[in-house]
Design a protein around this ligand. Structure first.
Ligand SMILES: Nc1ncnc2c1ncn2[C@@H]1O[C@H](COP(=O)(O)OP(=O)(O)OP(=O)(O)O)[C@@H](O)[C@H]1O
Ligand SMILES: [Mg+2]
Length: 430
């Protein structure tokens, strides 16, 4: 009744045989399973047997188990037998719905991976650089890309490390009328003042000691095309002034030459710095920013567009080379969705590539991903002993209720005295 009222399409079955019959007849997204049926009412044996049968029937079906109050043993056995999660009776309505919804999302994400795996492989054959933009945030970015690509307006692309700034710059170029001309990328932040000058504007023979021949600069190489200035916030200040002049006049001088040259270049710039803060601190010329950010395109961090994770993972799995072979396990997918991704898309790309190398089984597991644990330090249920689980849940309940034993007991489904007994036996309180 609860799930139905929340918009779920629900089928119910009241015996193990009926559950199996339903699952054979229809495909489900999630199963909420009680552990006790007719044979007896408390051991949970029937439920575990049924769970095993369900796993054989459809290994991808997420099963959430409901266990009788206070029997943490049942929960652990169920998780060992393949349940994705468990709820203790009496359940909390909000938590129950959240758990079901979470499993549903995970299931959808996994389906997407499988389907897109094939799609990505096809695209790779067609040599099309695939930009994943499934999330709303990225669709807005792509809509803006489409709108501004045809013009020659400067675009300032901002976003964290690895969020795809260069990918977007290339997309802007590829969608513009300049697409058949050069796309030239320069790292404006990695070079010293003098070197950058000759990199950007070129030099003539004899301009300085090492200048044994004329050199064509990036501005000239990009004539008719697009110049991508990466790491713009790290550009030396003197260079910023010279760049600004070029952008304003459309003219530049190769180092050592007095003859001005004109080029037709569209400039795209990128930075992962906070542009306003860099400008306020005097590290970035405000007038240059003003010139470059005719349009500003902000790339959202990966953690703010988790809808892209499944498809990105599929893309990288397929890209990593010759026939994908291995799929992601549900636990691996879950770990990918939960990770905070400080290194954004590039980090995800590396994680997938490494996992492909490390995985030894038929599937890529969460362990193969080698993601650093989340900051909350929550241990994994599967790795704990029964006593550790009990202690962990009790301590967490106490912490959540500010040490109030009555409230913690209620949350755990125990009487106050039963919780006290456990606290004593576990040595949490004397
Ligand atoms: N939307 C996307 N779809 C597919 N691949 C992407 C996407 N965004 C980024 N990537 C991939 O992630 C990697 C990092 O992207 P990119 O180099 O564009 O990031 P960046 O923002 O320029 O990073 P940095 O700030 O470190 O220079 C690249 O291998 C790129 O192909
Ligand atoms: Mg980059």
């Amino acid at each position: 009744m609860l799930a139905r009222a929340d918009g779920f399409d629900v089928r119910t079955a009241s015996s193990p045989a009926a559950v199996l019959a339903l699952c054979e007849a229809e495909a489900f997204d999630v199963c909420l399973l009680d552990l006790n049926y007719a044979r007896d009412t408390t051991s949970g044996r029937e439920g575990i047997d049924l769970l095993t049968r369900l796993r054989e029937l459809d290994p991808a079906l997420p099963v959430v188990v409901m266990t009788a109050w206070g029997t943490i043993e049942g929960a652990i056995e169920a998780v060992r037998a393949g349940a994705r999660d468990y709820l203790q009776k009496p359940w909390d309505n909000v938590r129950l719905l959240a758990t079901l919804r979470g499993q549903l999302e995970l299931r959808r994400a996994l389906r997407t991976v499988n389907r897109l795996d094939a799609e990505a492989a096809r695209q790779r054959r067609a040599e099309l650089p695939a930009i994943v933009a499934r999330s709303r945030a990225m669709q807005q970015v792509m809509a803006l890309v489409e709108r501004i690509a045809p013009s020659s307006a400067s675009v300032l692309i901002t976003g964290e490390h690895g969020s795809g700034k260069e990918v977007i710059a290339r997309a802007l170029h590829a969608a513009s009328a300049r697409r058949d001309r050069a796309f030239v990328a320069v790292n404006a932040g990695g070079l010293s003042d003098g070197v950058l000058d000759s990199e950007l504007f070129g030099h003539v023979k004899g301009a300085f000691t090492d200048a044994r021949a004329d050199r064509t600069g990036c501005f000239e190489l990009a004539d008719g095309g697009t110049l991508f200035l990466d790491e713009i916030a790290n550009m030396p200040l003197g260079q910023q002034a010279r760049l600004l002049r070029v952008l304003q006049t459309g003219e530049f001088h190769p180092v050592g030459s007095s003859r001005a040259r004109t080029v037709d270049v569209r400039v795209l710039a990128a930075t992962n710095a906070d542009v306003a803060r860099e400008a306020a601190a005097g590290r970035l010329r405000e007038d240059l920013v003003y010139r470059l950010n005719t349009v500003e395109l902000r790339l959202p961090a990966l953690r703010d567009r988790r809808d892209d994770i499944a498809e990105l993972a599929a893309t990288f799995l397929a890209r990593a080379g010759g026939g994908t072979g291995r799929a992601l396990s549900p636990s691996a997918m879950e770990a990918l969705l939960a990770h905070p991704w400080p290194g954004n898309v590039r980090e995800l790309e590396h994680v997938i590539e490494r996992a492909r190398l490390l995985a030894s089984g038929a599937e890529i597991t969460a362990d193969d991903l080698m993601l650093r644990p989340r900051g909350d330090g929550a241990p994994r249920l599967e790795d704990m002993t029964l006593e550790q689980v009990e202690r962990y849940l009790i301590e967490r309940a106490l912490a959540a209720h500010g040490g109030n034993v009555s409230e913690a007991a209620r949350a755990l489904g125990l009487s106050r005295s039963a919780l006290y007994r456990r606290l004593t036996s576990l040595g949490i309180r004397s």
